[in-house]
Write a protein that binds this ligand. Sequence first.
Ligand code: NAP
Length: 279
Amino acid sequence: MKLLGLIGDPVLQSPSPEMHNSAIRALNLDYIYLTFHVKTVDLRKAVEGLRAIGARGFNVTIPHKVRITSLVDSLDSLSRRVGAVNTVVNENGKLKGHNTDISGFIMPLREKLQDMDKKNVTVIGAGGAARACVVALEMEKCENIIVAARDPSKAKRMLASLGNMKTEVLDLREAGVKKVCLESDVIVNATPVGMYPNVSDSPIPADYIRKGVIAYDLIYKPLKTRFLSYAESAGATPVPGHKMLVEQAIASFRIWTGVNPPREVMASTVIQALAGGQK
Ligand code: NAP
């Protein structure tokens, strides 16, 4: 049996094992996906341990996505571009880092918006997920990408580290953010604001969301965040975070097994797992 897994801190609440194991069962493959709670101080040893026991591959989550880049033998072009890895594959003892967050983010957006050039997108937040979003949106040739963050200097550093980005930065608390949001075609919440258990919080007020805008929340727990409820009430198009979770998992699964996993099985498993924990 081949070993797959997830390393991070914390990992206990992750729906990834259920999602991947449901696809493994559906395809009758000889794999198992487990979670490993790995503290930063133990990251190098954990990676070497997984290599030594011949694990086929693993996902990497908070807080290790950046540090892992220096612990693998090679990086694919996307993970090198974004400076973060969420998927590692073991090819005969050589570890290669990939980033499936980028395609995972963009796939659900493409379902709603075929043509992304000439579009205005506001990304709220400046952490790891925002990084992947900005790179993905730039690759899609979005006309205007605006990052609204509570710490604009951090957002500027993040963008500088990504190279030659034409992205504008705003302080999330500035009044101008309302106008920018109302002129946006897409608003992405890449902060944890509204995440379980703080489910009554929203990164922006309801009156920043106009009819017709695509409101994409990267948070997947709860399935319907306050931000998405505001979007629904405004006549906007909500895109929930579990869609990205499923798409990034599908891309990782393909890298490890060479097989296309059943999207519907993974999606219904993740919805069930997430709905179970948020009554
Ligand atoms: P992160 O690296 O910790 O970044 C979080 C960002 O949110 C930072 O810019 C932080 O600002 C900002 N922030 C935190 N609290 C805030 C507040 N109260 N008001 C305004 N801004 C605030 O986290 P991440 O990895 O980017 O993850 C962000 C969210 O995306 C999480 O909810 C995560 O679960 C979700 N996510 C989902 C997927 C998926 O597959 N759906 C994938 C990745 C991430 P400071 O820098 O000032 O602290």
